[in-house]
Design a protein around this ligand. Structure first.
Ligand code: PMT
Length: 403
């Protein structure tokens, strides 16, 4: 959603200005084209060189510098921006933007843009709570701008309270939401599974796999941005699930099966990106298994195939599976479509560079029941998620409605 978008980062003069470097880095990492505009006060806190190096683009600090290319630069940037984010936003820039004052590059760019403007304020708690600032925030929101809540805690001025810059992750979420545009999944309930399962052997050991949950997370976040109500049933993963997504944590395949069944009836679309263990230790050991002088043998019991069970009761829901394969990728995936009654399956070739478990990228083929195969190049898991949802939306449209 952020890839290829032009984001203008405005930085104003507060101690939190150093955090704008982290924001610029996160935006660039997600594929945005970033241009920074710094006020004179911001340049007292961090240097333009830092932001120029991180963004890979010139940094704008003065209204009347010789232009790098001929256009009226603040208007050019205001037009080019898909979004302007001001982080940190001081009480001063909020006041100027609320009153239409345009006396430097940043305030002029804000006044000249038709794109969304997001302010992430950071200031002393008394300045924030001052009625003038609160009125300015209301005025800005009244003009259609977006103002984030501040965090609570220790402030650089020695005070405690509201006024800290929101977490960079929260600012990134807000940016993604503003850039998402259409909400084609508005009104739909979706269920996504993610991560591995852990099948305990004894109180200290378990059988598991390398799934990080990243693929499922990208699918969940993408669905949320497209307007869906999302439930994410996940095995043990180390990811912060965005606000607004209902997260249900499970450990074993049996727990995942129970959790999925509880939500399934209310859902319109289900994507099973979790790497579920096919087997669990047959015997449950209450105590730690002691080291033996000889080899020991584990007896394993089959777990339920959750996806196959859902296939039996799917009715007109859209049901999408994943296949993690190391050989005959498309043939094996096709067999699973039929056996599990799927609308399509996403086949990962685990032997490809940068595909499958743990990576931020994936290389997949979408395999359909009529044997059509859509091979995708290596792309970020976020971009794979967009492709998957676009194909699901096509199915929803063809059917008229689902669920
Ligand atoms: O989590 P990441 O690190 O980002 O990695 C992503 C991923 C590789 C885990 C993911 O993209 C993926 O391929 N997930 C499915 C892995 C898998 O279990 O494949 P499978 O071929 O064994 O299973 C086929 C399908 O049946 C899957 O949708 C799986 O969720 C489902 N299944 C499998 C076994 C089982 N007992 N119950 C199931 O529901």
């Amino acid at each position: 959603m952020i890839k290829g978008k032009v984001v203008v980062v405005g930085v104003t003069g507060g101690i939190a200005a150093y955090k704008s470097a982290e924001l610029v880095r996160a935006l660039v990492k997600r594929g945005a084209e970033v241009y920074c505009v710094m006020t004179a006060s911001a340049c007292q806190f961090i240097t333009p060189l830092t932001l120029r190096t991180l963004s890979g683009n010139p940094v704008y600090t003065k209204m009347f510098d010789e232009p790098r290319v001929w256009d009226v630069e603040h208007v050019g940037l205001a037009d080019k921006a898909d979004l302007i984010v001001v982080a940190p936003a001081t009480a001063n820039i909020l006041a100027k933007a609320a009153c239409g004052i345009a006396d430097d590059f940043l305030s002029t760019t804000i006044l000249a843009t038709n794109s969304p403007v997001l302010f992430a304020p950071a200031m002393n708690v008394n300045m924030l709570n001052n009625r003038v600032t609160q009125d300015n925030i209301k005025r800005l929101e009244g003009f259609g701008h977006h103002v984030m809540a501040t965090g609570h805690g220790d402030l650089a001025c020695g005070y405690q309270g509201e006024g800290r810059l929101a977490d960079i992750e929260e600012i990134m979420f807000a940016i993604e939401e503003l850039l998402a545009g259409d909400k084609p999944l508005q009104g739909y309930k979706v269920l996504i599974t993610a991560g591995p399962t852990q099948e305990p052997l004894d109180p200290v050991r378990y059988l598991t796999n390398h799934s990080s949950g990243k693929m499922g997370y990208s699918l969940a976040r993408c669905a949320q941005l497209m307007g869906a109500e999302v439930t994410l049933v996940c095995g043990p993963i180390d990811l912060n699930v965005p606000k607004g997504i209902k997260r249900v944590d499970v450990q074993t395949a049996e727990e995942m099966y129970q959790a999925v069944l509880t939500v399934f009836t209310e859902c319109d679309v289900v994507i099973k990106a979790a790497a579920v263990a096919d087997y669990r230790p047959k015997q449950k050991n209450e105590n730690k298994i002691k080291k033996q002088n000889s080899d020991i043998y584990l007896e394993l019991a089959r777990n339920k195939d959750i996806l196959a069970e859902l296939g039996k009761i799917k009715e007109d829901r859209v049901l999408v599976g994943f296949a993690a394969e190391t050989e005959d990728v498309v043939a094996n995936a096709s067999e699973k479509i039929k056996r599990k009654n799927l609308d399509f399956i996403v086949a990962n070739d685990l032997l490809q560079e940068g595909a499958g478990f743990k990576h931020d990228t994936n290389t997949v083929s979408l395999v359909f029941p009529n044997a059509t195969v859509k091979r995708l190049p290596q792309m970020s898991k976020d971009a794979v998620a967009v492709e998957i949802w676009q194909n699901i939306i096509k199915i929803i449209k063809m059917r008229g409605s689902v669920g």
